[in-house]
Design a protein around this ligand. Structure first.
Ligand code: ATP
Length: 290
């Protein structure tokens, strides 16, 4: 028996860091939404209890370090499942990019194995297990659009923004989220106005969404990788409606409602960066609620 589960990337429309918590994590507030750039997780039932992982690109671990493996192991242990699974990951999302690639693979593994192993877990239960694997996993279990607080695991679902194009550009370096948190200057962060962006989304006011995009981690990433800052300036100069770095970077994205302008930006960037994608936002209809 085999099934395939789609694992979409997320972008941050806002990312705010509120402070550092006694447990060492940072308290965040962010608006995240899923985009139609996705890995595909192929799950094949095994008769023994082994969990094996294979990835179609070399730079992602095909072992117990893989977040999809960890998701499968957690479910197998919790539900005392007697079979195993072979997980084949078709990796399309750039790695260490600020797009939650690993987290969404774990989330899709939870959803897929819930069916393949007939576990009958609710989506809320899967999201709770997800928090044990990583802060962004609960959001990825549901998808759609949400405000995430706490470490990122406390979710408030909201409607999705109006349809638009997203041009994503991932410069050749990877950004380590840990290093970038280490560089954050908590006293001098540029805090986005999360409430204004959420209001703009509810009002389906695309220009106000674009005007409100903000990421408190940009300056720290720009400090480590000045190329990311120049890239953002360049994308802006191409005439995007809104431009922001996603997560801790280094991916920068542009939002546009006009398809031919999005194509122009895509083609302009394609000339000098290898990983450029032009996709659509995934709307509210793509949220998993069961
Ligand atoms: P975030 O936006 O949540 O910070 P990211 O997009 O920056 O995530 P990922 O692509 O999730 O970063 O990968 C970060 C690390 O996780 C990499 O070092 C990679 O080796 C490891 N990893 C484990 N499992 C996976 C997976 N299934 N896909 C990608 N990376 C994985």
């Amino acid at each position: 028996m085999q099934l395939v589960e789609k694992a979409p990337a997320k972008i941050n429309l806002t990312l705010d860091v509120i402070g550092k918590r006694p447990d060492g994590y940072h308290e965040v507030e962010m608006v995240m939404t899923t985009v139609d750039l996705a890995d595909r997780i192929h799950l094949t039932l095994r008769n023994d209890r082994a969990i094996t992982v294979e990835v179609d690109k070399g730079f992602v671990p095909g072992n117990e370090q893989n977040l999809a493996y960890q998701a499968a192991k957690l479910l197998q242990d919790r539900y005392a499942v007697n079979s195993g699974v072979h997980i084949y990951i078709e990796k399309n999302i750039p790695v260490s990019a600020g797009l939650a690639g690993g987290s969404t693979d774990a989330a899709a593994t939870f959803r897929g194995l819930n069916r393949l192993w007939n576990l009958d877990a609710s989506i809320d239960e899967l999201a709770e297990y997800g928090a044990e694997i990583g802060s962004d996993v609960p959001f990825c279990v549901y998808g759609g659009t949400a405000i995430a607080r706490g470490r990122g695991e406390k979710l408030e679902h909201i409607p999705s923004p109006p349809p638009c194009w997203v041009v994503l550009v991932k410069p050749p370096m990877g950004a380590s989220t840990k290093d970038i948190y280490g560089k954050l200057d908590l006293k001098n962060l540029k805090h986005p106005d999360t409430g204004a962006v959420v209001d703009a989304i509810r009002e389906r006011n695309f220009p106000a969404i674009c005007a409100g995009l903000g990421n408190a981690m940009e300056d720290a990433t720009f400090g480590l990788y000045p190329e990311v800052k120049s890239l953002k300036e360049r994308v802006k100069s191409f005439g995007a409606d809104g431009v922001l770095m996603s997560g801790s970077g280094p991916t920068v994205y542009a939002l546009l409602q006009n398809e031919s302008r999005a194509e122009r930006i895509y083609n302009g960037l394609k000339g000098f960066v290898e990983q450029v994608f032009m996709v659509r936002l995934l709307g509210s209809g793509h949220r998993h609620d069961r």
